[in-house]
Write a protein that binds this ligand. Structure first.
Ligand code: ADP
Ligand code: MG
Length: 653
């Protein structure tokens, strides 16, 4: 005796309901040979569908053995069962179970999609099957545009898509009027004649009579098994025609494209919900990009504002602190202090500094200007660049020459109209004639510099002796060596000054320290608001997860149908993940666009107060973030979907 196609040995199926177990199937023994057409008949609730689900590998027996071609089904993994369904079994359900958003062709081809058939081939086969089943011209109709009989024929096409060696039909005519029912039965009979093995479940004897063998089931037991037709069976179909294998890359591309297509359809079917979900991501991403951009803008502006604070610059001023009311009368800070500091190993460069104001005249122009007396190292200490000319030399300072360096304001006020170079021109400062030897760069900014005034630098000797008639200076600026710790240098300077003066009649002002603390504050603020934005994004992400969970619950039935026609767990997972990522990515793109256009508007309106910088790392980071959110927050719902039990999923409506 050959191995039967289907063999059940002592199969039982029971359900636990509270404390009691309900035995739905009891000790079923059944053999079905290839090419048979079997009707299973019984009253409602007798266990027909339960038996059918076990035959279709959607459900497993509680006890007993089920073999297909001698292979024990109990040993197979969920994906192996999916492969079995996909390659060998075709289902026809009472309620058709078509995907409402797909066309007839789209529905018929689903099993071939999961079997990785090339797109063109499966489209052609789907079209052929539909034509053969009398649906020519209806290829692109949605299920809602088809009659019940037509929908059932689409589902027959789907069952035949991958060969349909075994066709399991559960009340295939139950929802149809008698004439469509007859048509469907005729098709099924014809399929059996071509070699398909058919099992039809029905409660209707008129339907059962079409079969060659009628099995009667009552309260989960087989009570009769009658052969009504003894004519020889048609030669059975060869088992699952092998299909040419395609490269993994092509398979992957095709699967991702199908998933993408499905995701778009699903998103389109729930437009409002998708939009609302997206809104969370849109605003989250927009908030992150905006906040990072504003933070970066504010940081750049702060940097520009504290630019004059050199990182290694320490200034010395007279007075024991800022509130010393006698600071003005202290005369102990002298150029010799600067000279002593210059000899210290930790010092890079030093310059005395003193300031006053004086009237300036050039031709017919006159202005009251700020005069700054400096040493030859001043420009190095302060990190200042000249636009034209040269800084003072040691000799010029030593000899107190009447050379001057002017700022850009002076150049514009005095020389812009004439168009001639200021270099070599003679200006009258107070009563002293000075020669311009240099022009400072336009972006000059130092402590005490006012952009609305004209500034002129002189050798400090000249300023002291020829302009102000005093011996002491207003300050000494020190640049410490870059490789020396700033705080240690500050302590050393303090010690030296204390030694020289005997009393603490000076104070130190550490540019670097202030610069660092301002930077740190601005950084802290940026991090803080970025965190708030991240929280917004996180809440948006929770929304995505929430909606995906709802979506999985809502589409449980669809998932069941996909599993019945052979989707692997991975396929279901991929579909939902892609959907989540797609929602997040689209939201991300809109969010970034929103942030960029908002930023442009903001810059146009309030750019000087709060400039926004488009930070491309933040933008690309936002995209990655959106993808990651889709993956991470879509994972759990997708996994839930993939782990659904096919029978339970199918029976949920
Ligand atoms: P039929 O298809 O013959 O009408 P079914 O196989 O659908 O019958 O169901 C047989 C019996 O099993 C019914 O009494 C039904 O209530 C019970 N049953 C089916 N599925 C479940 C389940 N998941 N949990 C508990 N009882 C079930
Ligand atoms: Mg049933």
């Amino acid at each position: 005796m050959t191995t039967p196609l289907i063999e059940l040995q002592g199969v039982s199926r029971s359900y636990c309901q509270g404390d009691t177990t309900v035995n739905v199937l009891n000790d079923i023994h059944l053999r079905i040979e290839p090419g048979e057409m079997v009707a299973i008949i019984g009253a409602s609730g007798s266990g027909k569908s339960t038996l059918m689900n076990i035959l279709g590998c959607l459900d497993r027996p509680s006890s007993g053995e089920y073999r297909i071609r001698g292979r024990d089904v109990a040993q197979l993994s969920p994906d192996a069962l999916a492969a079995l369904r996909r390659e060998h079994i075709g289902f026809i359900f009472q309620r058709y179970h078509l995907m409402p958003e797909l066309s007839a062709v789209g529905n018929a081809e689903i099993p071939a999609v999961y079997a990785n058939r090339p797109r063109q081939e499966r489209r052609r086969r789907a079209a052929e099957l539909l034509d053969r089943l009398g649906l020519a011209g209806k290829h692109h109709h949605r299920p809602a545009q088809l009659s019940g009989g037509q929908q059932q024929r689409v589902s027959i096409a789907r069952a035949l898509m991958n060969g349909g060696e075994i066709i399991l039909a559960d009340e295939p005519t139950g929802a149809l009027d008698s004439s469509s029912g007859k048509d469907v039965l005729a098709i099924l009979t014809e399929l059996n004649r071509q070699g398909h093995t058919l099992v039809i479940v029905t409660h209707d004897m008129a339907v059962a009579r079409h079969a060659r063998r009628i099995i009667e089931i009552h309260d989960g037991r087989i009570v009769a098994d009658t052969r009504t037709d003894h004519t020889p069976l048609a030669p059975p179909l060869p088992p699952g025609a092998a299909h040419p294998r395609r490269g993994r890359g092509a398979q992957l591309v095709d699967r991702v494209r199908e998933s993408l297509h499905m995701a778009l359809k699903a998103m389109n079917a729930h437009r409002m919900r998708t939009l609302l979900t997206m809104a969370g991501i849109v605003f989250g991403i927009a908030a992150v990009v905006t906040v990072v951009g504003l933070g970066e803008g504010a940081r750049e502006q702060t940097l520009r504002r504290i630019n004059f604070l050199g990182s290694n610059v320490i200034s010395i001023y007279p007075g024991k602190d800022f509130f010393d009311e006698f600071a003005g009368s202290i005369r102990t800070l002298v150029p010799a202090d600067a000279a002593a500091l210059a000899r210290q190993g930790y010092v890079d460069s030093v310059s005395p500094e003193l300031g006053t104001s004086a009237p300036l005249r050039y031709r017919n122009k006159a202005a009251n200007v700020d005069v700054i007396g400096v040493g030859e190292s001043y420009f190095r200490v302060r990190g200042l660049a000249l636009a034209e000319g040269r800084p003072f030399t040691q000799q010029q300072v030593a000899q107190a020459t009447t050379d001057a360096i002017i700022d850009d304001n002076a150049r514009r006020t005095l020389f812009a109209a004439t168009g001639q170079s200021p270099l070599g021109q003679i200006l009258l400062l107070n009563t002293m004639a000075v020669r311009v030897i240099g022009v400072m760069a336009a972006d000059t900014n130092v402590t005490g510099y006012r952009s609305d005034r004209i500034h002129i630098w002189l050798p400090y000797t000249t300023a002291l002796h020829r302009l102000m008639g005093q011996q002491h200076v207003n300050g000494i600026v020190v640049r410490t060596r870059a490789d020396i710790d700033n705080a240690a240098a500050e302590r050393a300077i303090e010690q030296l000054m204390l030694q020289r003066h005997g009393v603490k009649d000076f104070m130190l002002f550490n540019d670097g320290k202030i610069r660092r603390s301002v930077m740190k504050t601005s950084m802290t603020f940026s991090v803080l608001i970025a965190m708030v934005a991240m929280i917004a994004l996180f809440i948006g992400s929770l929304g995505v997860m929430n909606i995906m969970l709802v979506s999985v619950t809502e589409r449980t039935h669809e998932i069941g149908v996909r599993m019945a026609v052979g989707a692997r767990r991975g396929d279901i997972m991929q579909q939902f993940l892609i959907e989540a990522v797609l929602v997040c990515l689209t939201g991300g793109v809109i969010g970034v666009l929103l942030a960029l256009s908002g930023g442009a508007l903001f810059s146009a309106l309030a750019g000087d107060i709060f400039p926004m910088v488009t930070s491309w790392p933040a933008v690309s980071g936002a995209f990655l973030c959106a993808c990651a959110i889709g993956m991470v927050f879509g994972y759990w719902p997708a996994r839930n979907a993939a782990r659904l039990n096919p029978v339970e999923a199918l029976s949920s409506e």
